[in-house]
Write a protein of this length. Sequence first.
Lengths: 118, 174, 339
Amino acid sequence: MLEAYVPILIFVFVATGFAIFTLIMSGLLHPERYNKVKLEPYECGIEPETDARDRYSIRYYLVAMLFVIFDVETVFMFPWAVIMDELALFGLIEMIVFLFILVVGYVYAWRKGALEWA
Amino acid sequence: MAEAIVFYGLAALILGFAVLVISTRNTVHSALYLVVNFLLVAMLYVMLGAEFLAAIQVLVYAGGIVVLYLFVVMLVNLKRPPETHQDPRRQTRLGLALASALLAELAAIIVYSATGESAPAATAAAAAGADIAGGNVEQIGMLLYTNYLIPFEVASMLLLVAMIGAIVLAKREL
Amino acid sequence: MVDAIVIPLLKIVILLNAVLVAVSYLVLLERKVIAFVQSRLGPMRVGPHGILQPIADAVKLMTKEDITPARADRWVFTAAPIMVMVPALIVFAVIPFGPEVELFGRSVPLYITDINIGLLYIVSVASLGVYGIILGGWASNSKYPLLSSLRASAQLISYEVAVTMTLVSMILMAGTLSMVGIVESQRDASLWFIFAQPVAFAIFFIGGLAETNRAPFDMPEAEQELTGGFHTEYSGMRFALFFLAEYANMIVISSVATTLFLGGYLRPFPGVEGLAFLDLIPAWSWFVLKTFVFLYVFLWIRATLPRYRYDQLMRLGWKVLIPIAIGNVVVTGVAKVLL
């Protein structure tokens, strides 16, 4: 079983090696004529006053949190789907109970406006 | 022999990145090291034959939770270093207490698994190996949806609570 | 040793080259298709009908000045494009391009590896692509890239939920996570799964458009509001890696859609004996043909549809696709128990 993963490891090395190799190659080929203005951040000609890393909307946090929760729920469904043949009706009822609880949370999020983006 | 070398190499890398995670000053760099750490742990899982667990490790921890960390880092954006608590030794003492508790726990596990054969995890694994043929995913599925049905449904309640908690916390700002 | 290392390595190198060539000609194809839709000719100067344009582009990107902005985080700025590109490439490891073939007296499978958790591997590796986007925007330390990277990553993770949940109903159909197993189960069922699961297909395809940041969901690159998107500050080869990853991801989505829904390398109507003469055509060419059809639809949609607004996009992901995906899983489960 472990042998099946060796090619993936090789692939990771080849892909990373390729990316680093092209960066080094172009590093050798490209010209370097730097000046101070060129190294400024791109802001359509306006000189930046402050650091760009400011505080951002909490909605991004909420989306990420909901994503993690839904992700974990989906992960539970993967092994269930694989062995559904053996579980049959019993498995279906289990999953419907599980999904019902998920849907309760989903409806709560919807009603509280956590899914709005405006 | 080769397996042992790979195992100890991986373990050393994991420890190294774990040290980097806590010793780096820049929070984003720290999160990046954490991703590498999680990926290496996933490789360790593959080596142990727990391929499903490895995929979950990558999907949920490396692909989900660290994204959440990064969003939080960007959300809070600490410009200045946090003020030191009135008692600067407080963290050291707390850390020492937690570390010794963990050490004691690890020692207990080693002693327990070396003496007692009847560890619950061992019997469950043996039962699974005997009863169900097929891959890792099938085995986990069979155990989860028959023997461990109640924990599975309780887990969904836990996730529900987490979702409500996140919304309540964030709602004040909305 | 030869079987464990050398043959996979050869296959990986061949595949990597194939993907690179496919990506560069996909870019040319995109320009040609959009030009055709808009009654223009597209690139015509480099070679007959611009056929050598990709090579000229590659040379240009290689030799172009590569700027690291003064305020950027130097290491993360370089690591971000690599972190986008590597996941986009290594996903190809489990995609079956064809069954085993006889080559130089050896039977060689036309896929790099077949693991038990193939589909889960694709989902989890693809979920790592989001880091390059967040970190690219953050490392630039410039406001447009940073805003764009936050948007892009929120978009990516929102649609990932619906797409992953859709895959659950596909696993219910196939009963396995192995990609080869999924293709073979379509042979056994004598049915491409698109006909059994049209709803799942629609969700997967819409989610695929959103996850590759393609029109009509190309919000992260909305020129009018965010200039060039999260790679505004990038130039030269580091920009090229982002570009490469985006198009490689399009090919990934198309290949996965082909494998899951269009029977992968199977011929049309895999169960009909009367069409057996179609087996004379090599199996991998069916795969390439079907993937190409998907890629063409990607380009066609880009040329046809206007861009969504960001709040509309989030609403579509969270309030439309996710409930449908959950419903689809339940319906598939019930159907499976009843039938």
